[in-house]
Write a protein that binds this ligand. Structure first.
Ligand SMILES: NC(=O)c1ccc[n+]([C@@H]2O[C@H](COP(=O)([O-])OP(=O)(O)OC[C@H]3O[C@@H](n4cnc5c(N)ncnc54)[C@H](OP(=O)(O)O)[C@@H]3O)[C@@H](O)[C@H]2O)c1
Length: 280
């Protein structure tokens, strides 16, 4: 039986003479020189992902609707030794998206990694009370906006022969939901969008995946986790017996953005303390 290293080295592209000690496995998560755009990264999950990317060497674009908050967040990353810039963008605005990608390219170069994280929820309650206006606005921001943003970055990734597109979905997009109808439908669409991008552009070296967070303690989800009874019920039904922190999502994003995830595409990665597998 031959030793496995030549085969493993072939698979990951390391020289054949590499040994276990010299394979530099620790560099699998290195993002040095990569340009990453993270929408909705002034706080919450997006910020945790942007900070982790910067920590692993990426040049990170911080984005949200308010330019002052974008700049402050970018400055905070710079103060910690990272490379970051702030570019405001409402993801429901096609012109603002174009500006986001063009300004990123001008400042840092072509986009290697896109994390489409920003999203809205406009309605909580019965489907019967959902207005077409709310439904369409939710789909327009959470799904159409994400699709258009992908359209802006894909040609540059094709030219580079590589790219990682990471779409932030929700457990609401995996399960039936009687409270957050339009939001959940938009998030189910996001999962399929990742698969479609993966199917069409894998041949160009572009990978696309969805991350599905469970309940995470951010402003966005505060009506859920600040309700003590609701939060406790969720914790009791979560194998890891706690709610998520924004940082809990950073590892999956770094994996998908980096060489560590080089053969991972079209996937839906659930990061939720195990709750969905328990029927939550
Ligand atoms: N927290 C959870 O429990 C949970 C669970 C499942 C999925 N998620 C998903 O995780 C993602 C991030 O949510 P979060 O909980 O981290 O929220 P968050 O802490 O409230 O942060 C939301 C971020 O998005 C920005 N944003 C909001 N609307 C935007 C728009 N129209 N255009 C551009 N940026 C916008 C916000 O900045 P500005 O307000 O300044 O624009 C902020 O930077 C969302 O896709 C959400 O659906 C969250």
């Amino acid at each position: 039986m031959p030793p496995p290293w030549p085969r493993i080295c072939d698979a990951v592209g390391y020289p054949k003479h590499a040994s276990l000690a010299t394979m530099k496995i620790q560099n699998l998560f290195d993002l040095s020189g990569k340009v990453a755009v993270v929408t909705g990264s002034t706080k919450g999950i997006g910020r945790a992902i942007a900070e982790a990317f910067a920590h692993h060497g990426a040049k990170v674009v911080i984005s949200g609707r308010d330019s002052k908050t974008c700049d402050e967040t970018a400055q905070s990353i710079q103060a910690s030794g990272g490379t970051a810039t702030g570019i405001a963008c409402d993801i429901s605005d096609a012109d603002a998206q174009a500006n986001l990608i063009q300004t990123t390219t001008d400042r840092f170069g072509p986009v290697d990694i896109l994390v489409a994280n920003a999203a809205i929820n406009l309605h909580a309650g019965s489907l019967l009370d959902t207005t077409a206006e709310n439904f369409n606005a939710t789909i327009e921001t959470n799904l159409t906006g994400v699709m258009q943003l992908a359209q802006w970055v894909i040609p540059g990734m094709q030219a580079a022969g590589a790219g990682s597109i990471i779409l932030i979905s929700s457990v609401g997009g995996l399960q039936g939901n009687s409270l957050l109808g339009p939001y959940s439908i938009s998030k189910a669409g996001v999962i399929q969008l990742a698969r479609n991008i993966a199917a069409e552009f894998g041949k160009d070296g572009i990978r696309a995946n969805a991350i599905v967070p469970g309940l995470v303690k951010t402003d966005f989800a505060s009506p859920l986790w600040q309700n003590a009874e609701m939060a406790q019920e969720r914790i009791d039904k979560t194998p890891l017996r706690r709610l998520g922190e924004p940082e809990d999502l950073a590892g999956a994003a770094v994996y998908l953005a980096s060489r560590a995830g080089a053969w991972t595409t079209a996937q839906t990665i659930v990061v939720d303390g195990g709750a969905v597998m328990m029927g939550r």
